[in-house]
Structure formats: C-alpha cells, structure tokens
Design a protein around this ligand. Structure first.
Ligand code: SDX
Length: 428
C-alpha cells in the first residue's frame, strides 16, 4: 500500500494496514482484519486510542479546545443559535430555514405530552427517589407505549421515535422534579418555546400564571446547547452499543441515561457543586487542592479534567460568562461562584494541574447557574440528560443508517485460570 498505511511486525511477520483520514482530526489505522491475520487483539481498555465509528456530527480538538457541531463552533452556536436549531442541525444535518424551523418546532411541540398512564408510573417511586433513577425508569418504559415507532429499520419510525424522545424529555424531567416536591405536574403549553415550556412545567403551578423570564429562558436554552452532543463520550458510546443489537430507541436512550449518571461523567455537575459547597470558603481551597493531588486520597476536583480536552473546555468558558448574565438578571450573588473562580485560578497555576493538563470542564460552572435558577443539585444530571438526548438520538440514527454497522462485541485479554477439571465438593 502507499504512504497511507501502517506496518508493524509480530512474531517475525510483517503486517500492513490502511490508514484512513477524516475531514478533521487524527488519522485512523483500519485494523478490522488484524485479529484474522495476526491472531492477536489490540488492547485499549478505556478506548483512549480507539475510534469506534465514523461520524459527521461533532468534532473535538482537545489540544486546541475546539468543539464543532456539523462544522459550526460551539461558541457561535451558543451565542447565535437556539437549542431547537441545534437539534435540527444534529438530527438532519443542516441549520434549518425559517420554514424548516417552524415545521420542526411544531412537530416537537406536538409530542411533548406523556401517555396519561405514565403519570401513574411516577407513583411507584419514593418521593426522595433520585431524578436520574426516575428518568432511567420512565424513558425505558416509553418502549411499552410507542410500538408504532420501534421498528428501527423504518426511517420514518426512527424519526418519530427521535421526535418523541426530544419532545418528552422536558416533560419527564419536570414531572420528576414536581413529584419530588409534592406539587402537581404541569401539562405542556404549546404556546411556549421548547425551553420556556420546560421552565413553566418545572417552576409553574396550576394556581397561578407562570411568566417565563426571557433572560433565564435564553440562559437555559444556551445550557442545553452546550450539552447537546460531544462525540463518542461514555453515554453516547453506550447508546450506540445498545443500538447495535437492534434494541428499540427508548431502551437505548435509557441505557445512555444510566451511564451519564456516573460522577465521572454527567454526574459531575451535581458532584462539582456539592464539592464547592463543601469547600465553602476560598481559605479552604488549598486544603482541597492538596487532597486532589494526593495519590492516597480518592478525592478529585469535580468538574476538572477531561479525557479529550487537554486545554480549556470551550463549554466551560461560555458557562462562566452565563453565570454572570444570570446573576445580573436575577440580582443574586452566590459566594460559591467566588470559590469556583478562585479554585480555578489556583488550580490552573498549580504544576500538578498544568502538567496533567487538567482544566475546568462543562460541569464546573453549570451547577452554579442551575442552582441560581432554582434547580436542586439532584436535578442537574437530569438536565444534562434532557439536553444530551438530542445528541444521543442523532448518533443513534447515524449508526442505524450506516449500512456497515454491526453489533458491537469487543474481545478481552484473558488472565483467568487455565482449563481444569471439576472437583466434587467432598474432595475440595
Ligand atoms: C463529562 O467524554 C466526554 O466528552 C464527557 C463530557 C460530555 O460532554 O459527554 O465532556 C461530560 O463527563 C465531563 C467530565 C466530568 N467529570 C469530572 O469532572 C470528574 C473529575 N474528572 C475526572 O474524574 C477525569 O478527569 C475524567 C474522568 C473526566 C477523565 O478521566 P481520564 O481521561 O481517564 O483521566 P485519568 O483519570 O486517567 O486522569 C489522568 C491523571 C490521573 O493522574 P495519574 O494517575 O496520571 O497520576 O489526572 C488525574 C488522575 O489522577 N486527574 C485528576 C482529575 N482528573 C484527572 N486529579 C485531580 N482532579 C481531577 N479532576
């Protein structure tokens, strides 16, 4: 093969594999025939050096802190676009024209209601159930209600299921919050925007009119944009792996929600705010930075570090600016923001964080904004899941539409006992 190939030797044999180039980012070595030809597997437990698929949706340059959705920078989308425009961009490939936008938002709006029997589903949970436990359960249960959109081989049914998931996540999340505080859930209001409707379902009550604050609506919509999609992160990879078996889209998204819940992933926004409150005062920051550096202490600075970003997460920059806007709009000031700013300043000047290229990520500031808007920390990851559903369904559609996709089935390095004979219990 030409210069776009990789060669290596194993057990005295030389092997050559094609190198593929994308439109941006690192080349990939196509090793699909490696096991058949060499009898050996590659070994990459955290998939640090593994490309699991081809995708046109999102590009991340971790070294430069660049995030693009179908070529548009997250900074421009956060500043100039809307979450529904970004949903259309990710799902259908282009920013919508005015007519396409109207059609898309009308379609989503008309799928925001839940089947009324699902309202009873919530009664089975304790009031103090974590909202992510409810999200896992309710989204998985959607499979039982929408048999007309579970044939994954029918593009029309795939799109209906995608619209239903995007549309119903705000209703499901808002109902989880209302259930936890003992208030009646609010039905969607089709006159409101996607995000305005979510705010009303969350903070409105049947006893009085709820007026959406446009500054908070814009900030919330921007937070949704920042969380929409992020290449092949753990929860997206979970959705793709579940989808590769042919599982229905509702089950796949429920799997993604379960994975996102982990504190190393989407659960970090809840953990980061809890950490900032535990630190409590700038004077205690050095103590926590020392703990984060201590190999014998499992404590990590939550909201810091990233598998891909070895520079500032561009979403964290936008999030920090949004804190200032929301504080000004609500005329609030939370001392925890000062703790966050000083923690960032001290960490980014500490050799440990500099050497390991640990910067604030999307989860570091988001909790401060969400708390100022009125969400309890337990709702933070549910809001992440609400927004990431757009990316999950877009990635799922891309995978299902790929004629070359096969069931995902990794292998292993076996280190267990060699074959041995059974010993009857009397002889053990
Ligand atoms: C998200 O993948 C995505 O795109 C995810 C996400 C998305 O949009 O989908 O961006 C959302 O999940 C953001 C990340 C949120 N998680 C956190 O903030 C939790 C705290 N961060 C870490 O646990 C960690 O940084 C990860 C999980 C984010 C990344 O883990 P990696 O890539 O496996 O890195 P690592 O754990 O191997 O750490 C490398 C080194 C280690 O030290 P050494 O063993 O090399 O000496 O850096 C250290 C770690 O101990 N380190 C930290 C740290 N993060 C890494 N030390 C202190 N504090 C931290 N936060």
């Amino acid at each position: 093969m030409g210069n776009n190939s990789a060669t290596f030797g194993l057990n005295g044999e030389n092997y050559e594999y094609p190198v593929m180039s994308g439109s941006e980012g690192p080349d990939v070595i196509d090793i699909r025939k490696l096991y058949g030809q060499t009898g050996a597997f590659t070994y990459d437990p955290g998939f640090t050096s593994t490309a699991s698929c081809e995708s046109e949706l999102t590009f991340i340059d971790g070294g430069e802190g660049i995030l693009l959705h179908r070529g548009y920078s997250i900074e421009q989308l956060a500043e100039q676009s809307s979450f529904m425009e970004v949903a259309h961009l990710l799902l259908r490939g282009e920013l919508p024209t005015a007519d396409e936008y109207s059609d898309f938002t009308n379609t989503i709006t008309r799928h925001t209601m839940l089947h009324d029997q699902l309202r009873g589903f919530y009664q089975g949970f304790r009031r103090d159930a974590h909202p992510m436990a409810i999200m896992c359960g309710v989204v998985g249960a959607l499979s039982a209600f929408y048999h007309d959109s579970t044939d994954i081989n029918d593009p029309a049914q795939r799109m209906i299921a995608s619209h239903r998931l995007i549309a119903k996540m705000p209703t499901i999340a808002a109902m989880a919050y209302k259930y936890s505080i003992g208030q009646p859930s609010m039905y969607p209001d089709n006159e409101l925007s996607y995000t305005g409707n979510f705010l009303r379902m969350t903070f409105g009550v049947p006893a009085e009119e709820y007026v959406v604050n446009p500054v908070i609506e814009k900030a919330m919509d921007r937070i949704f944009i920042l969380h929409a999609d992020h290449e092949q992160n753990a929860s997206t990879s979970t959705v793709r792996l579940a989808g590769s078996s042919g599982a229905n889209p509702f089950a796949c998204i429920a799997a993604g929600i379960a994975c996102l819940w982990g504190p190393a992933h989407g659960g970090a926004n809840e953990a980061a705010l809890n950490m900032l409150h535990e630190i409590g005062h700038p004077d205690r920051i050095p103590e926590y930075i020392a703990r984060a550096k201590d190999k014998d202490d499992p404590f990590r600075l939550m909201g810091f570090g990233h598998r891909v970003y070895k520079n500032y997460d561009p979403r964290a920059s936008v999030m920090q600016e949004t804190v200032k806007e929301v504080f000004a709009a609500l005329n609030v000031n939370d001392p925890v923001f000062d703790v966050a700013l000083q923690l960032e300043e001290m960490a980014l000047n500490d050799p440990y964080f500099i050497d390991k290229k640990l910067f604030p990520n999307v989860d570091f500031y988001s909790g401060i904004i969400l708390s100022a808007i009125g969400f309890p920390t337990s709702m933070f990851t549910a809001l992440f899941a609400l927004a990431r559903t757009v990316g999950w369904v877009a990635q799922w559609n891309e995978m299902i539409s790929d004629p070359g996709q096969r069931i995902g089935r990794p292998r292993q390095l076996y280190t267990g006992p060699k074959q041995r004979d059974y010993v009857p219990v009397g002889d053990r």
